[in-house]
Design a protein around this ligand. Structure first.
Ligand code: ZN
Length: 134
């Protein structure tokens, strides 16, 4: 999951696209009693600008499975979310930085997985919790 900026610059390939599957770490899911089910699909495109900053647009898609946050029944939720980030070849608090040679997308993808997560998942949209009459 690297973009070889220096090499692509030499080849004058200033635009391109990528797609890969990524296995997040076991603690990547913040929702209690849930986990990310399988790989995260990442696809996107990049553009290398004249000042060597690199704009990256990408989408993460993955499935969360586990227990409903309200009633603890089995629940799954498919997530798809898009992000636009900028990598710059110097330290910059507002953007991701890289060494001017190659960009490793792992941190940006991990951040995207965190930012795209819902706070809860439900077994069905109108779940009101454990039915005390049963
Ligand atoms: Zn439920």
């Amino acid at each position: 999951m690297k973009i070889e900026v220096k090499k692509l610059n030499a080849l004058k390939k200033y635009n391109g696209s990528f797609a890969f599957e990524y296995r997040p770490s076991a603690d990547a899911c913040l929702i209690p009693r849930c986990s990310i089910d399988g790989d995260v699909k990442v696809k996107g495109s990049y553009e290398i600008y004249e000042d060597d900053s690199v704009g990256v647009s990408f989408t993460v898609a993955y499935r969360i499975s586990g227990q409903c946050s309200y009633c603890l029944k089995d629940a799954v939720k498919d997530i798809e979310s898009s992000f636009e980030v900028l990598f710059v070849p110097e330290k910059d608090p507002d953007n991701y930085s890289y060494d001017g040679v190659s960009i490793d997308l792992e941190t940006a993808v991990n951040d995207a997985i965190l930012f795209s997560q819902p706070n809860i998942i439900l077994c069905r949209e109108d779940c009101t919790g454990i039915d005390v009459n049963n």
